[in-house]
Write a protein that binds this ligand. Structure first.
Ligand SMILES: C[S@@+](CC[C@H](N)C(=O)[O-])C[C@H]1O[C@@H](n2cnc3c(N)ncnc32)[C@H](O)[C@@H]1O
Length: 355
């Protein structure tokens, strides 16, 4: 029987492993080509990246001169469970600073350039990496998803520009949605649907559909719901979404506890309705901030209270149960309720108004 100590270690390892997904070079290229003009003369910082394996380091070092970068800094987190997983995971926290090609080789080899040890464990929240963050203009990486809230909060606190990978579900986090509302964060250009392939450590169990091992034994998995999150502007996000539908009260029911209509797909947003509309989060893939004003996010009960959404009443809950509604739903909850054709509760809506 494993000791309690081993169990904890395995638990930690499993948790750590959940964050080990390596972004592919082609995905990085597809996204970053949209921001070329933003990088001229800038210090780029990749703070979750082992320069020896990171494709972010690879991309920026090989494109250093083309982008006109001033400096590239990458730091890497020390593997927390090196006994269990050594391949692809750094045994030491290291950093690397690159200032462009000096010897004309145009091949920036990390070992040649010099990977230096960090004093601490390379955590993006540690004092020495925060010092490096302060010197940076643009942060570009795929951070650990388990720390996404903290990661974004730190970038905002230090007023940094960024292009980072995350999961689309993060948009309704109460730490993230207000940034989208305030036009301080938006999805990047290159991913709006489907899944993307990521590298995984050698001992990663690849059982899911779409996983593969290449000829060199490198493992890959496909992940759904991936998006780029950025505050660098690009022209396409100012293009209007073309609306084709005409409003009619039959087609668009009104919520029982908030003066807004429910729209079940972003494609069905009516072009002639001036009030508030509850729309699926997928609208954010097509959001032009000049076309729509964001009023709220139904996942955030606090925000719903602030904008005046009334709590669901006893009568509504009774009708909801009678209609076969399940789950922990009680009177007093601030969720969007609909009565027609039967009592139901709708989830994950963002409330918007045409400008
Ligand atoms: C999703 S992976 C992406 C790796 C790399 N940025 C890439 O895109 O290929 C996130 C990385 O962050 C590292 N990491 C986990 N916790 C961290 C922390 N607190 N500070 C810095 N890096 C961390 C993980 O070890 C992992 O390699």
């Amino acid at each position: 029987m494993p000791s309690a100590k081993t169990n904890i270690k395995l638990g930690d390892a499993r948790k750590a492993k959940k964050d080990e997904f390596y972004t592919q070079l082609a995905d990085i290229e597809r996204e970053l080509k949209n921001y070329k003009k933003h990088f001229q003369g800038k210090v780029v910082y990749c703070n979750c990246d082992d320069p020896r394996i990171s494709n972010f380091f690879h991309y920026f070092s090989y494109n250093f001169e083309k982008l006109g970068l001033k400096r590239l800094v990458t730091t890497c987190y020390k593997s927390q469970d090196r006994d269990l997983f050594s391949q692809n995971e750094s045994e030491d926290a290291v950093y690397l600073e690159y200032e462009g090609d000096k010897n004309g080789s145009k091949v920036p080899d990390p070992e040649e350039i010099g990977v230096k040890p960090l004093m601490g464990d390379g955590d993006f929240r540690s004092p020495e990496t925060i010092e490096l963050l302060k010197q940076a203009d643009i942060v570009v990486t795929n951070p650990p998803f388990s720390l996404f809230r903290e990661y974004i909060a730190q970038l905002v606190e230090h007023d940094k520009q960024f292009v980072i990978v995350g999961n689309m579900n993060a948009v309704t986090y109460k730490e993230v949605f207000p940034l989208i509302q305030g036009n301080k964060l938006w999805y990047g250009h290159s991913i709006r649907s489907g899944d993307r392939e990521f590298g995984v450590p050698a001992d990663y169990p690849i059982t899911a559909a779409g996983s593969r091992v290449d000829a060199d034994g490198n493992k890959f998995v496909r992940i759904k719901g991936v998006r780029w999150f950025t505050n660098l502007d690009y022209p396409e996000r100012h293009e209007d979404l073309i609306l084709y539908e005409r409003y009619s009260p039959d087609k668009y029911p009104t919520y029982v506890n908030y003066d807004a209509i429910d729209v079940t797909s972003y494609k069905d947003i009516p072009y002639d309705y001036d009030g508030v509309m509850g729309v699926p989060v997928t609208l954010l893939d097509y959001l032009n901030p000049d076309q729509f004003e964001l009023i709220g996010n139904s996942d955030d009960a606090e925000q719903m209270k602030e904008i005046g959404l009334a709590p669901l009443g006893e009568e509504f809950i009774a009708a909801y149960r009678a209609a076969g509604g399940t789950g922990h739903r009680t009177a007093g909850m601030r969720m969007l309720g609909l009565m027609d054709p039967k009592a139901r509760i709708v989830f994950k809506r963002i409330l918007v108004r045409r400008k």
